[in-house]
Design a binder for this molecule. Structure first.
Ligand code: NAP
Ligand code: MN
Length: 272
């Protein structure tokens, strides 16, 4: 096999089942002459759930062009996971036959500018949410240079297509097929009455459009990027765009279709 020398990193959560899969898979891969490498891999295998894949993504978010991801789900099927824990031999066989095929999905780029001039940028695979916990968040939302609305409420999320089935869906946002290159802006408990007005529904903006958010009240805001949370004081603005880099997944023959995953996760089998 030509795969001798292919570098693989394995990342697992602490669950006993995931640890078991980690050890088994590592041995199988070594036997087939893959190299275990946790700094500069060609392929990153996350073992656990979708949450674990988020962690794997963030570990390699600065090497997105060089890395392909593959997820092994311990438990039910997930959105970012292609293999179940009993399909390890299948996974190893596919890795041996692998010739570099990939499927790629958009990633969100978030730029936070503080009033003191500091700039922080983040990449999100699922979404970024901004909120204020103590008082109502008030912010002007500008979409592709159009001053769109003054938002009042708990906060807003901006999600990627693959993140649309996560927090975004809980907030009533639409589920988007991940081949659609777009971002979705969704409200979190907006205040709507005779004085305050927002659109109310979520908005899906195309790749070329920018979303800007300008808080009108300074002080502390909470920014969550996937599974990490940050607190910022005196944010001047937040800019959201589709990132220049995409996330690449190993294209596998057994890839489950997106609509099957949505059905499996949220609907299941319905009795006639
Ligand atoms: P968590 O709170 O432990 O789990 C969140 C749940 O969301 C898990 O069941 C996870 O699946 C699932 N999930 C993650 N990404 C998904 C996706 N793209 N589509 C469908 N389901 C998805 O936190 P975590 O595991 O670290 O994940 C962080 C994510 O939690 C955030 O990105 C946000 O989307 C989500 N979240 C949701 C809510 C809400 O719905 N009210 C609130 C806060 C955060 P697994 O079990 O396979 O890991
Ligand atoms: Mn989780």
């Amino acid at each position: 096999m030509k795969n001798t020398g292919k570098r693989v990193d394995l990342i697992a959560n602490r669950k006993p089942q995931s640890q078991k899969v980690l050890h088994k898979l590592r041995e199988k891969l070594k036997k087939q002459h893959f190299i275990i490498n946790d700094t500069n891999p060609d392929i990153v295998i996350s073992i656990g759930g979708d949450g674990m894949l988020l962690s794997a993504f963030h570990k390699y978010e600065n090497q997105l062009d060089k890395v392909r991801f593959v997820g092994v789900h311990t438990g039910h099927l997930g959105f970012y996971t292609d293999y179940r824990d009993f399909e390890l031999d299948q996974l190893v066989a596919n890795l041996q036959l692998d010739s570099g095929a990939k499927v790629s999905y958009p990633v969100l780029n978030v730029k936070v500018t503080l009033e003191n001039g500091d700039v922080k940028t983040f990449r999100a695979l699922n979404e970024a949410s901004i909120r204020r916990s103590d008082r109502t968040m008030v912010a002007d939302i500008i979409i592709n240079h159009v001053p769109f609305e003054r938002f009042r409420g708990d906060g807003v999320t901006v999600s990627t297509p693959t993140g649309s089935t996560a927090y975004n869906k809980s907030l009533g946002g639409a589920v988007l097929h991940p081949t659609i290159e777009a971002l979705q802006l969704t409200e979190i408990a907006s205040l709507n009455n005779r004085v305050y007005r927002t659109l109310g529904s979520s908005i899906i903006v195309p790749k070329k459009d920018k979303i800007e958010l300008l808080p009108t009240r300074n002080d502390y805001h909470t920014l969550s990027v996937d599974n990490s949370t940050y607190s910022f004081r005196n944010i001047e603005r937040i800019d959201y765009q589709i990132d220049h880099h995409k996330i690449h997944f190993l294209a596998t023959p057994s890839h489950t279709s997106f609509w099957n995953r949505v059905k499996d996760a949220f609907i299941g089998e319905v009795d006639e």
